[in-house]
Design a protein around this ligand. Structure first.
Ligand SMILES: Cc1ncc(COP(=O)(O)O)c(C=O)c1O
Length: 419
């Protein structure tokens, strides 16, 4: 056995540099959320704490624009919410259709396949989205139990229109699951109106929180399927409990049937709720709802217009199909002859501003600039554009001095701003 070192390393104070996080997430958390996280811990069955759990459920319903009873938190980052829904819904051999228009569609495919699904995918070029008719044709052909799709795929900055997909899925008796990680709280996502059966998100984008909690929501169609698979953990089974016929859900931590008993009246013990993250999620939802959903969506749209105007004034090209651009993340084509990573490094080191790169076919081809949640503000858009212009001019891009900030400023002071 190796001996421990004579002087154990204690390291320095935790002292992260202040940064302006203008990438595709995480963003800077709203100080009100950080304050909520520092509140005293309570026991998970303390009636004060369970009241906060119930309040959080009520706030999430408003955020998701749904009457779904089951709207609660899964502990973990956004993909914990995705996994909980998919592993609880998919039984090995089930047919699942995943339309893929970016990296996170591939993630849905990957998770569904790990759940044992027989997955059919359809793909469209990155920077475009699907016509509803094309999805309908595949649903008709494949007859899946579940269609899993992303709303806003941050990797391409595109938003898939969903209005018709819910109706299509109902027609063919499929469940519609949507990953709304990057859009919840930033773009309209009315779960009930769009007939979305299940959805999940994270806090670290338009909700202005840190990563680590995944708000989920699902309706009775999903509840029925999940309850058929409800196998309560042996150490906490109530007397006389008889398990149903459905196959046991392949994950204990992400077992929605047990999570329903934990968040519902039964209050049956499962994990120990991540109390500080619950405080965070509650505050995140409160902030958006207090500002108003429509006002918040309009703020994101305005920031997107201002940022786009600034980028174009610099002679840069915005990536992808503009009709389907996300309001909260903007893809920027890296100009010929410019080293994208060097620009990002200068933004970070000289200005303290983080912007993102992308993945797969877009790696090195686009930057991604986020204007989300707490960071979706005029000052940040103007500061980010000013810094990018300075860095690009140093890299010998012939951008007219001052034009980017001026163009964005004009959007913020023009008629679009007062609407
Ligand atoms: C659309 C989308 N889905 C899922 C995820 C995964 O989220 P997390 O990293 O919080 O697990 C992300 C993260 O960027 C995302 O943008």
């Amino acid at each position: 056995m190796s001996k421990p070192p004579a002087t154990p390393a204690v390291f320095g104070d935790l002292n992260p540099s202040p940064r302006l996080l203008m990438g595709p997430g995480p963003i800077n958390a709203d100080p009100r959320v950080l304050r909520a996280m520092s509140m005293p811990l309570l026991g998970q069955f303390d009636l004060e704490f369970t009241a906060y759990m119930n309040e959080t459920m009520a706030l999430l319903r408003q955020l998701y624009q749904t009457a779904n009873r089951w709207s609660f938190l899964v502990d973990g980052t956004a993909r914990a919410g995705i996994e909980a829904l998919l592993v609880s819904l998919i039984e090995p051999g089930d047919r699942v259709l995943v339309p893929i228009f970016g990296r996170f569609g591939h993630l849905l495919h990957e998770i569904a396949a790990r759940c044992g699904a027989e997955v059919t995918t359809m793909e469209t070029e990155w920077g475009t989205v699907f016509e509803p008719d094309a999805v309908e044709a595949e649903v008709k052909r494949v007859r899946p139990k579940l269609v899993a799709i992303v709303h806003g795929d941050t990797s391409t900055t595109m938003t898939q229109p969903l209005e018709e997909l819910g109706q299509i899925c109902r027609r063919y008796d499929a469940i519609l699951y949507v990953d709304a990680t990057a859009t919840l709280g930033g773009m309209d996502f009315p779960v009930d109106a769009w007939k979305v059966d299940a959805a999940s998100a994270g806090l670290q984008k338009c909700l202005s929180g840190p990563p680590g909690s995944a708000p989920v929501t699902f309706n009775e169609r999903v509840e029925r399927l999940v309850l058929r698979r409800k196998h309560i953990e042996s150490g906490i089974r109530p007397a006389g409990y008889v398990p149903p016929n459905g196959s046991r859900i392949g994950s204990n931590y992400f077992d929605l049937a047990m999570l329903m008993d934990y968040w519902g009246e039964a209050r049956l013990n499962h994990h120990t709720e991540a109390a500080s993250m619950l405080y965070a999620a509650r505050e995140c939802a409160r902030i958006v709802l207090r500002d108003g959903l429509d006002e918040t969506f309009a703020r994101h749209t305005l920031a997107s217009s201002a940022l786009t105007a600034g980028l174009e004034a610099m002679g840069l090209k915005v990536f992808g199909d503009r009709r389907h651009k996300m309001a909260n993340v903007t893809g920027v084509c890296i100009p010929e002859g410019i080293d994208g990573d060097k620009v990002r490094a200068a933004m970070l080191n000289d200005f303290g501003i983080e912007i993102g790169t992308s993945f797969g076919p877009l790696q090195g081809r686009i930057w991604r600039i986020g204007t989300m949640g707490y960071n979706c503000r005029k000052q940040n858009v103007l500061i980010c554009l000013g810094a990018l212009e300075a860095v690009l001019r140093r890299a010998r891009l012939p951008a007219p001095a001052g034009a980017a900030v001026e163009a964005a400023y004009a959007v913020y002071t023009g008629p679009a701003a007062s609407r």
